[in-house]
Design a protein around this ligand. Structure first.
Ligand code: CAA
Length: 379
């Protein structure tokens, strides 16, 4: 296995790092406090090519590999995990899903604006009563001949308000179970499609998370992705890749907190020397560096397997499971190293600690990742 990053990977890393430092860091505490969607910054992410990194240039994307994508997500997440989840959902759930399974017409109409960042997408699977148990969809997409009639509620939708288009998973034929589920492309502004309540969250507060309400929404048949009944497979297949994005996000959150803690430990003095000189702090940082490197290798492995068109289901689940646990633990240690300063907002580590938690929950909880891994092991 080649552990070296290519020239192209290094260029992506530098571009993402510069963007995060220069354009995401200013105002980040204020955006987090006010739960303010980073509209200008997301526009810039589109201009810089971060919103459709893996999409073919034919549809306005960057044509890059998954490793480049993971590297960019890591760098952006070191500073701003709200921006990185907006980017991750758009890239790996919406754009990837459309490119892999959409029709040529769907790609030209929706993928091209999504990949260039002119429009943002949302992925709507979770419901008030269906999170981990994703086959229990209560939202219905009734087949009316040349259109579907959609009714139901989707919960905790990233980009809920800011998106121009939503991929909505809904049940068409309950008797067929998960094989009766469809995924429909629903445009914002379609009559009956309403953005519901904005969630007041613990972390990733600048991303806009909403419930979405559908009442007798007419969606043309040509907006169905794949064959009739393909919707659940579509959701699972896109989530496999999405989990690499969230694993990279967790890695970035952990690495960002580690970098801040390392710097602080060399500046802060206690008992006559920099706190880094105290073994208690050295050991924390040594353990953080080791676990973060292990998480990075798992993320790169999953990304490389995807790039080589090999089975990456287990690798993606392992990367997300491990990296999200490392993120939660490493950010907590970073707060501890900062002491009282770690508990206040201007030092950034408390935000990273709050942001870390969601990586153990969304795109499949840690418990679901263990289930996926266990099934793959016996398979
Ligand atoms: N890849 C491809 N196909 C898969 C799959 C995978 N990882 N996992 C399951 N499938 C397929 C199965 O092959 C099966 O299809 P067939 O019967 O045609 O062979 C079908 O899906 C149903 O699978 P199961 O019988 O295994 O279904 P289950 O109900 O026992 O378990 C589950 C499925 C793995 C628990 C699944 O429901 C799951 O992943 N749940 C978590 C949902 C999730 O990740 N939600 C995240 C919300 S999106 C989000 O967070 C985005 C955001 O905004 C950040």
């Amino acid at each position: 296995m080649n552990f070296n990053l290519s020239e192209e990977h290094l260029a992506v890393q530098e571009a993402a790092r510069d963007f995060a430092q220069n354009e995401l860091l200013p105002g980040i505490v204020e955006r987090d406090n006010a739960q303010q969607f980073p509209a200008e910054q997301v526009k810039r992410m589109g201009e810089l090519g971060f919103m459709g990194m893996m999409v073919s240039p034919e549809y306005g994307g960057g044509g890059m590999d998954t490793v480049s994508y993971a590297i960019a997500i890591e760098e952006i997440s070191k500073i701003d995990a709200s921006a990185s989840v907006i980017m991750s959902v758009n890239n790996s759930l919406v754009c990837y899903g459309l490119e892999a399974f959409g029709t040529e017409e769907q790609k030209h109409k929706y993928l091209t604006p999504l990949a260039s960042g002119q429009m943002i997408g949302a992925f709507c699977l979770s419901e008030p009563e269906a999170g981990s148990d994703a086959t229990s969809q209560a939202t219905t997409a009734e087949d009316m001949g040349d259109y579907y009639l959609v009714n139901g509620t989707k919960n905790w939708i990233t980009n809920g308000n800011s998106s121009g288009v939503a991929l909505v998973i809904a049940q068409t034929n309950r008797e067929k179970g998960h094989r009766g589920i469809n995924c429909l492309i629903v445009e914002k502004g379609t009559p009956g499609f309403v953005v519901g309540k904005k969630e007041d969250k613990l972390g990733i507060r600048a991303s806009d998370t909403h419930s979405l309400l559908f009442t007798d929404v007419k969606v043309p048949k040509e907006n169905r992705i794949g064959a009739d009944g393909f919707g659940f497979k579509f959701a699972m297949s896109t989530l496999n890749g999405g989990r690499i994005g969230i694993a990279a996000q967790a890695l970035g959150i952990a690495a960002g907190a580690y970098e801040l803690a390392l710097k602080y430990s060399q500046e802060r003095k206690a008992f006559g020397k920099a706190i880094f000189e105290h073994q208690a702090i050295q050991f924390k940082l040594a353990e953080m560096a080791t676990k973060i490197e292990a998480a990075r290798l798992l993320v790169y492995k999953a990304a490389r397997l995807k790039d080589e068109h090999k089975d990456y289901v287990q690798a993606a689940a392992m990367a997300k499971l491990f990296a999200s646990d490392v993120a939660m633990w490493a950010t907590t240690e970073a707060v501890q190293i900062h002491g009282g300063y770690g508990f206040v907002k201007e030092f950034h580590v408390e935000r990273l600690m709050r942001d870390a938690k969601i990586t153990q929950i969304y795109e499949g909880t840690s418990e679901i990742q263990k289930l996926v891994i266990a099934r793959e092991i016996v398979r």
